[in-house]
Design a protein around this ligand. Sequence first.
Ligand code: NAP
Length: 488
Amino acid sequence: MKDLLKDPTLLRTQAYINGEWVDADSGETFPVRNPATQEVLAEVASVGGAETRRAIEAAEVAQKAWAARTAMERSAILRKWNDLILENVEDLAIIMTLEQGKVLAESRGEIVYAASFIEWFAEEGKRVYGDVFPLPQSTSRGVAIRQPVGVVAAVTPWNFPSAMLTRKCGPALAVGCAMVAKPAHETPLSMLALAELADRAGLPAGLLSIVPGAHAKPIGDEMCSNPIVRKFTFTGSTRIGKMLAAQCTETMKRTSMELGGNAPVIVFDDADLDKAAVGAAASKYRNSGQTCICANRILVQEGVYDEFVEKLKGVVGTFKIGDGMDESSTHGPVITRKALEDIKEMVDDAVAHGAEIAAGGDFGAEGEQFIQPTILCNVTDDMRVFKEEIFGPVAPIFKFKTEEEAIAMANDTEFGLAAYLFTRDQGRSWRVSEGIEYGMVGVNEVLISSTFIPFGGIKESGQGREGSSYGVDDYLEMKYICFGDLGA
Ligand code: NAP
């Protein structure tokens, strides 16, 4: 793997704790595999609760000195980090494609997206303002200031191994917090490479520690129970998120939860069907269907159903499935063999209940972890593909009759992250956007995510917003100060 990198020293396999690269206390390591070939890419240190505690204790010390520096000083270091990430896009993209499977073009896009959170918050950290309150006593004045919450612990998933770190540590570091972060065990190399660049940028020791591990529980237990940690931020599944949020209540930590989704794409009969088909395909099959805002249910008005399916089949027919390192591949493998089997079970359930496979449907033929982009027709709301996050390249296409029915179907889920609609009717675009229960809505647009927007969900998709000027709020406490005895 090192031979593929211009700068092989970006390949880090030890934990990064208090500014040092260290092995696990136990000496244990775990393998990181290429999902396209199953080849073992590296053995990475597998740390546990004790190392995590040390990282948290170091963060406590480092955070105090960091918070005492000016926002401009913090910004200068973060900007340097951003520049180093952008100078190393190609190597970072190769590391990501090898461990995560997404095609190189998507990996390059993610690295630039990841850097953008550092750059954005390096600036936003300079704009942390307070408030002055009129008081009932003429001799007093009230002000509120905003201060960093302190030590933050973060846990991230494998589907965006770089951006899910920077979306959290960008705002946290910019406003004066320190962070201890755990990558997913499938994709630790991307996060460790970013830590190497943070180190080179001059980020002081202890401010950002990375604790990879084969066993998530002891790391999570320490993060969620240690009273030094004042804030826990998680991106991952709703099941794990709920469990960790519950653990955090014991020490009353603040939490941000970016959890699962079940995004509807609603295609009305007045929509531009070509654009809707291209948009639905982009949303559904990006990262081989493994994003939290991926289209999960495509809801199409009955009069245009057949035409839409044909157009979607046309778009899917242009895809080339293959190893992400091959520049001609448009879509890579899924993350593990287990993921492939879970997705297949959902398709089998749909077929057993009467669904038809209109395209694809091949699991494993092009390589152990490759799924052909699949379209399912004749699907109904009692099937698993309606209720559960598919997290793979399978598009079930449901039929609806009226706008009211589309809204009801879209809302018929415990999730509420992203939703999309295609219509040329302005009134309808407002009515439906306001009527559906989601944190983010794309109208005639599926590329909704960027640094500039408040990303996040409602219902069981979580709480908190990442990105935009609101992105700093989750890392700041408000303190009220009353100045009395000021004279008449
Ligand atoms: P996951 O199984 O919940 O894992 C996410 C992270 O949690 C991994 O780092 C995992 O570590 C860790 N984890 C598991 N058990 C833990 C414990 N007891 N203590 C501490 N950490 C623990 O989710 P996933 O399958 O990796 O990711 C896919 C999910 O993420 C999907 O549901 C997707 O929708 C969601 N997601 C949401 C957003 C958003 O912004 N809303 C963005 C991306 C993804 P190990 O890898 O070591 O097990």
